[in-house]
Design a protein around this ligand. Structure first.
Ligand SMILES: NC(=O)c1ccc[n+]([C@@H]2O[C@H](COP(=O)([O-])OP(=O)(O)OC[C@H]3O[C@@H](n4cnc5c(N)ncnc54)[C@H](OP(=O)(O)O)[C@@H]3O)[C@@H](O)[C@H]2O)c1
Length: 237
């Protein structure tokens, strides 16, 4: 039986490349995204390569959309082996060029948390029980070095706090799955990657960025649980 992986924010950037990589490894991949219609050409290109991918509509910042998505997954697929919480936003710049914490609006924090933290929390809360039922699961929360408390710096407060909190989500669910089968929940930082979010000056290619994500999504039994990693190497929280 093929393993089923869900990747959020799968229409572009790290999410698209992770989906393609997992499909190439033999997974059935549910590519969750806000606008499946707009990504038809790219998805068809993957299907033409005989990759087993399906696009499903999901806005991770909208609880109703998460509920509808999870119901659809349970009804139509009924199994989830891997969840990659990849969808994310970085909108601190919208409050002023230098992203100074004294300019950060509460609406920026709320929006950022809805997408980067609450969305992954709710998806994990709804889909982890399926993994526990199946006795197998890998949850990968795409975090960032910008969320590390040990490296915390000024500016970009909304994004930084959302990723620190996402790391807490990782830790909490990782403790919940102890002794519940072969289930591992981890955070991964992809490094600074050349995507729409990372920009052109970023130091890593998308292929380099997804390596650690695919590693965490495909960890063997007995692999790490409740950790934070970049390229498979442990990071400080
Ligand atoms: N690039 C980096 O340097 C870097 C570094 C550290 C961590 N990360 C993290 O890596 C993840 C992927 O980032 P990326 O670099 O690939 O960024 P990206 O190219 O900007 O892609 C972001 C993805 O998230 C999706 N998304 C945003 N809000 C969403 C929502 N409410 N519901 C569903 N999908 C939503 C976007 O979909 P739309 O097309 O609909 O907007 C897009 O597919 C993010 O969590 C990011 O924080 C990136």
């Amino acid at each position: 039986m093929k393993k089923v992986a869900i990747v959020t924010g799968a229409n572009r950037g790290l999410g698209f490349a992770t989906s393609a990589a997992l499909a190439r490894m033999g997974y059935k991949v549910i590519m969750a995204m806000r606008n499946p219609d707009k990504a038809q050409t790219e998805i068809n290109a993957l299907k033409m390569k005989d990759l087993d991918v399906i696009a499903m509509k999901l806005d991770v910042s909208n609880e109703k959309s998460i509920e509808t998505f999870c119901h659809q997954v349970i009804r139509e697929i009924s199994v989830v082996d891997v969840l990659v919480n990849n969808a994310g936003i970085f909108i601190d710049d919208e409050d002023g060029g230098d992203s100074n914490v004294f300019k950060t609006k509460s609406s920026t924090i709320t929006k950022t948390f809805a997408t980067n933290t609450l969305g992954p929390f709710l998806l994990t809360q709804k889909l982890l029980p399926l993994m526990i039922d199946g006795g197998y699961g890998r949850v990968v929360n795409i975090s960032s070095g910008m969320g590390q408390l040990s490296e915390m710096n000024a500016a970009y407060a909304a994004y930084r706090m959302s990723k620190t909190a996402l790391n807490a989500v990782t830790k909490i669910f990782s403790q919940e799955v102890l002794d519940k089968g072969d289930i591992l929940v981890n955070s991964v930082c992809p490094g600074w990657v050349q995507t729409d979010m990372g920009g052109r000056s970023a130091t890593r290619t998308i292929e380099q960025g997804i390596k650690g994500i695919v590693w965490a999504a495909t960890l063997p039994k007995g692999g790490p649980n409740g950790g934070f990693f970049r390229d498979g190497e442990k990071l400080e929280w």
